[in-house]
Ligand binder design. Structure first.
Ligand code: NAD
Length: 508
């Protein structure tokens, strides 16, 4: 079975902590069965019509076309650049153009030689895995990525069940998405794809049934398309805004949602630092991934006086020992229209280094905020940090966990570290139900308390510190001996889920 990054048996590996925690709390056998596989695995296909493209001519073919007369395309803006180097050819580009084409190849001065690749219908594999809903509607992100698999979505959907329980939000767990490289498609194609996805899924989702949110490769704009498709033709569409979260604030999204996951990571870091007597001011931080989560965490940490000394993403790594200028990096990655891949690669304010050197940088905190299974045994051996704060889902392998523990490197597990996103998604959903709009201060105040409290509770369970504080009571969660912090998080989640089955029973 393919894994989170295409490796073998990832789902089974990800469930190992589940079984360990279930054994520790002597979980009822029937409840175990309800949780060890998802409720539903929806796999379906979405088809869209794609546009004609101009694809860069491979270098080895160039000599055959060097004498090709240049073509004049006056409506230059009708050639829409894609991050993979191709251009979408909008028909209006041809209206006043003077074109010479040979064997489908065209020479556009200033842009290069391209082969015309005709558009047409294209089919994509899509998924929605609904893991569990005993605590509330299925909830989880939508990922558009070329390497997604059923195994990956099963693991991520189960993670959402544990995470919503840990964050104490009344939702279950789900995950889904489409196997596609979103950077190779135009905005319009992605819009059509998202509409088709919801068209197929409509009967299986809803504000009280299954609530998607953004994840890797998706964003608030895509959530707006999904909401539009779901509510299309409905007379009471405003009552259905809660069908997706992570929407733009102007159409029912919550203040603070776009930065919530990064903000949540920082609240966990503050709680860790408080207990350790560590000062985040001046702390040296390395971050993998500078998308929604990584860049928000970087910005907030920078504002607290920490130094972001290196950032790695899918296309490169930048390093500056004295600390990168995060504002300039944000501008370069997210607001420069020429940076189509939204990558840190080529940022002039830092030195490019290899990914392998990135892991070996001397720092205090490592924040993986990209994809899964990045910190395996060898990477964990190389890390020179005090703490790994898992902003991504599943960034550390079991072997990575063992090495980090043996080396005395602390860990904030993903299910609490990145739970800020789903927590504020719940606030967004609540605001949608009540037709309210909360301030960012109100959102962050609630988020801070929810995350710090539950992270402190997990740490109590990890070091078997049974106690009652003004905020929580860890006595009913502790298992009578110290356990790994990842298992402790799972113990908290499973106890909160199990009680629903114990008290409510099982539907037949
Ligand atoms: P994003 O698409 O906005 O950004 C992903 C980042 O990861 C990009 O910078 C990309 O270049 C980088 N990346 C991709 N492949 C990489 C590779 N092989 N090596 C190095 N970097 C790579 O995604 P996001 O929303 O920021 O999500 C990042 C992680 O956080 C994911 O694991 C996601 O599941 C998790 N997460 C996201 C949210 C949320 O609210 N968006 C909530 C909880 C967890």
């Amino acid at each position: 079975m393919a894994g989170r990054n295409g490796k073998k048996g990832f789902y089974e590996e990800s469930m190992e902590t589940f079984y360990r925690a279930a054994d520790l709390i002597r979980m009822d056998r029937r409840v175990r069965m309800e949780l060890e596989e998802p409720d539903f695995e929806h796999i379906f296909y979405v088809t869209i019509d794609t546009r004609d493209r101009l694809v860069p001519l491979p270098e080895e073919e160039l000599p055959r076309f060097v004498d090709l007369r240049p073509s004049g395309v006056k409506a230059g803006e009708a050639l829409e650049p894609l991050a993979d180097g191709a251009f979408i050819l909008h028909r209006r580009a041809l209206l006043s153009a003077d074109i010479t084409m040979r064997q489908g190849v065209i020479n556009i001065p200033g842009k290069g030689f391209f082969r015309l690749e005709p558009g047409g219908p294209r089919k994509f594999k899509a998924y929605r895995i609904q893991h569990n809903q005993v605590r509330g509607p299925y909830k989880g992100g939508i990922r558009y990525h070329k390497d997604v698999t059923l195994d990956l979505f099963k693991a991520l959907a189960a993670d959402m069940t544990w995470k919503t329980a840990i964050a104490e939000v009344p939702f279950g767990g789900a995950k889904g998405g489409i196997k596609i490289d979103p950077f190779a498609y135009s905005r319009e194609e992605i819009e059509h794809l998202s509409l088709r996805y919801v068209y197929k899924l409509k009967n299986l989702m809803g504000p009280f049934l299954d609530i998607p949110a953004p994840d890797v490769g998706t964003n608030g704009e895509i959530m707006a398309y999904m909401m539009r498709q779901y509510t299309d033709g409905e007379r009471q569409h405003h009552a259905m805004r809660g069908v997706v979260t992570g929407k733009d604030v102007r159409i029912g999204g919550s203040e603070g949602r776009s930065r919530a996951t990064g903000q949540g990571v920082v609240y966990c870091l503050e709680e860790w630092a408080r207990e350790k007597g560590f000062d985040l001011r001046g702390a040296r931080v390395i971050i993998q991934g500078f998308g929604n989560v990584g860049s928000a965490a970087a910005e907030i940490l920078d504002s607290l006086g920490a130094k972001i000394v290196a950032v790695n993403d899918a296309h490169g790594t930048v390093h500056r020992d004295g600390g990168l200028d995060v504002t300039a990096l944000m501008q370069y990655v997210h607001h420069d229209p020429r940076n189509l891949r939204r990558s840190v690669a080529g940022f002039p304010g830092g030195t490019p280094i290899s990914k392998s050197d990135f892991w070996g940088i001397d720092a205090d905190i490592c924040i993986p905020a990209a994809l899964g299974e990045e910190i395996d045994g060898p990477v964990a051996e190389r890390l020179k940090v005090k703490l790994v704060a898992e902003a991504a889902n599943g960034p550390t392998t079991l072997e990575g966990d063992r090495v980090l523990e043996a080396r005395g490197i602390d860990l904030i597990p993903d299910v609490i570290c990145n739970a800020g996103g789903v927590t504020v998604s719940y606030y967004e959903w609540l605001q949608n139900q009540r037709l309210e709009h909360w301030t960012e201060a109100e959102v962050n105040g609630r988020l801070e308390q929810a995350l710090k409290k539950n992270y402190a509770l997990i740490r109590d369970v990890a070091c078997d510190r049974a106690r009652r504080t003004v905020l929580y009571d860890s006595r009913s969660y502790c298992v009578g001996k110290p356990i790994h912090v990842r298992t402790a998080a799972k113990v908290v989640a499973l106890k909160r889920i199990e009680v629903h089955y114990v008290l409510e029973g099982f539907s037949q």
